[in-house]
Design a protein around this ligand. Structure first.
Ligand SMILES: C[S@@+](CC[C@H](N)C(=O)[O-])C[C@H]1O[C@@H](n2cnc3c(N)ncnc32)[C@H](O)[C@@H]1O
Ligand code: SF4
Length: 377
């Protein structure tokens, strides 16, 4: 399993919570697209003849670029990599970009999955997040995509917003049901430094939602998924049978992926590579071999192990001591069995044969549990 991620670093405006890499000005867009193509061509041997199963356009806002630019990137990938027959091609879309024409051409160029950044169907929440779309556009963007042939649609929701009422979240979830959405991601709001939201909280102009209310919201989402037969296959991801995201799974299955574009990450099985989070430096680095535009880190055995715990505890598949023994050896398995005891005793973890998974209670503390079990270098 191998995947390609393409980062499109532009957004219409700055959402109050977001610290992903993007720019509002699109002045350098032709150069960025050209540099992304160059980076792809420089990596044609990256997968060593392995088939590419997934192609994912993320951002920023991939739906902001025009259809010709997107199609050229897809054609270049097809011409230079070995692409699996039923490859999953996802494009992250912001609702305000979705039109019938765009959707029709997306289908024609082979895109078969959309991830739509709805965030909420509530106008005051959308305003608070400084989203460019309103609730109505969020709704019609989905129906437009559905009416023009897209069944495999995921939507993103954010919960745990300051002052968010549980009923508002309940309404968001009921719209997911009404629209028969096959996949959704529900992200608990993270207060990232250098965002407007962080600033407002820091100045005490608003308060974050209290922990017990965030937990109540998480429980509501979990119950909703059970009642409506969504598979809760990763802490933030929910899918109807047959619609689990293939691309994201590569991240938690330790699979090889190539990330191109500013700020994109890659993993070749041994090394992680980070591209610089600056359009200017990225373009300069691609055009001038003496300027470096990325950093590389070789992961130690302990780092690989820690990553395995961190990603797999978040999933429905859990952590398998057979995998630990096969990948890291017997001593690692013994260390794991010793460290997991306290979490088992607290019922944060459930154990079946060699598999250890988070209980419903444990899911709320996923990252705390895995980091507690990390091995230090
Ligand atoms: C980086 S965005 C790109 C997609 C697209 N531009 C959009 O906004 O819909 C991917 C998703 O990350 C989530 N996200 C970004 N910042 C977040 C934060 N601070 N807390 C929780 N979720 C966040 C949002 O749900 C968003 O849809
Ligand atoms: S959430 Fe999406 S649209 Fe908003 S700033 Fe981040 S990447 Fe851009």
């Amino acid at each position: 399993m191998a995947g390609i991620y393409i980062h499109i670093p532009y957004c219409k405006q700055r959402c109050s919570y977001c610290d992903f890499h993007f720019k509002i000005s699109q002045k350098d867009r032709p150069e960025i697209i050209k540099s992304i193509k160059t980076e792809l061509l420089e990596n044609i041997n990256y997968f060593k003849n392995k088939e590419v199963k997934t192609i994912y356009f993320g951002g920023g806002t991939p739906s902001i670029i025009n259809e010709k630019e997107l199609e050229e990137l897809i054609i270049l990938i097809y011409q230079n990599f070995k692409i699996k027959k039923n490859v999953e091609i996802t494009v992250e879309c912001n609702p305000e970009d979705i039109t019938t024409n765009k959707i029709v051409s997306y289908r024609k160029m082979g895109i078969n999955r959309l991830s739509i950044g709805v965030q909420s169907f509530n106008n005051s929440e959308l305003k608070f997040m400084n989203r460019p779309h309103d609730a109505e556009k969020a709704y019609t963007s989905i129906t437009t995509a559905q009416q023009n042939g897209f069944e495999n649609i995921s939507i993103d929701l954010i919960y745990g917003l300051p002052n968010q009422k549980i009923d508002a979240l309940r309404r968001n979830l009921s719209i997911i049901n009404e629209l028969k959405i096959k996949h959704f991601a529900a992200y608990s709001l993270t207060i990232e430094k250098k965002t407007k939201l962080f600033h407002l909280i820091n100045k005490k102009q608003i308060n974050p939602l209290q922990d017990h209310k965030v937990i109540e919201q998480f429980n509501l989402i979990e119950n909703f998924s059970k009642e409506n037969k969504y598979i809760h296959y990763e802490i933030s991801n929910f899918a109807k049978q047959g619609f689990l995201a293939k691309h994201n799974s590569a991240y938690w299955e330790n699979k090889i992926y190539l990330g191109v574009g500013p700020s994109a990450h890659s993993f070749d099985g041994k090394r992680r590579k980070w591209n610089v989070s600056s359009n200017k430096k990225y373009i300069e680095g691609i055009n001038n071999k003496s300027i470096n535009y990325f950093a590389i880190e070789y992961l130690s055995k302990k780092q690989h192990y820690n990553e395995y715990l961190m990603t797999n505890f978040r999933t429905i598949w859990g952590v398998d001591t057979k995998t630990i023994e096969r990948r890291f050896g017997k001593t690692y398995k013994e260390k794991f069995l010793k460290a997991i005891k306290k979490w088992l005793n607290k019922n944060y973890i459930i154990n079946e044969k060699s598999i250890f998974k988070l209980s419903s209670k444990g899911k709320i503390f996923a990252d705390r549990i895995s980091s507690d079990m990390f091995l230090i270098n």
